[in-house]
Ligand binder design. Sequence first.
Ligand code: CP
Length: 314
Amino acid sequence: MAFNHRNLIDITEYSADDLMLMLRTAERFRSVNERRVKKLPTLRGYTVVNMFNEPSTRTRSSFEIAEKRLSCDTLNFGGSSTSTVKGESLTDTVRTLCSYKIDLIVVRDKHAGVPRKVADVSGVHVIDAGDGKHQHPTQALLDLYTIWQKFGHIEGLNVGIVGDINHSRVCGSLIPALRTLGAHVTIVAPATLRPARPEVLGVEHATARLDEALPDLDVVYMLRIQRERLEGAPYPSLREYNMLYGLTEEREKLMRPDAIVCHPGPINRGVELDSFMADHPERSAILDQVYAGVLVRMAAMYLLLGGSDDGLTA
Ligand code: CP
């Protein structure tokens, strides 16, 4: 099938067919990642710039591994070691990088909208690796892949997203992607951490009561409490948040027998997720999500740079 996207910045621009092509392509890269020589010549000759202006462990490392496995040349760039600290504008920085005849820029930034600006200025392919409170499309893809692998389908599943909805770029991509693929989405959060009108997010249900929501959920997706983005005090204390919204050993008894727990990381252990649940051998899909990050990022770069589903020989 044809893949007609130049960038991966706004996941709402992707149809159900586009998303499933991404997931099926990621699945074909799984075998490469499970053999002894984990490398393909597929993107040899292409140059990718990883422009990370905000801290990252999972996204940055999995993009770098994905790029190495596809044999492209890479430049890791960003943060306090660049000339932006001397006052250089984003536009001048991006134009400078593009002088090297690069092909793709992966952008992580604390400001929403930077990946779109980079795409407009550069004219090369751009992947949003998380921008402010806006979107995190490859996180949504790895979440979809993990859920698809666990259940064999996504349509009809009940997915509960629990926590700090208002500050979450994960929600900005995951909720529309789940809806596009036919999942039912419930948000579970105190009124101070979710929109006054949750229907604007496209979710079907919103509640402040985790204990009432848990028995209906196939996927319990716990969000990180983002201390760095909180202003004011949307809940009395982290201890109280854990009592009302933390996924604890006690609450595990309310879950469906085959329900799984997801979390984008990094985890605040003892706040949104107790270690019992984070490390639960049957229920926790968190390290599966991390692994899926390499597969979907290989798929995204491969498809954006012109690969097709029938041209992939892994
Ligand atoms: N989920 C996620 O984006 O994690 P990092 O901030 O470690 O990349």
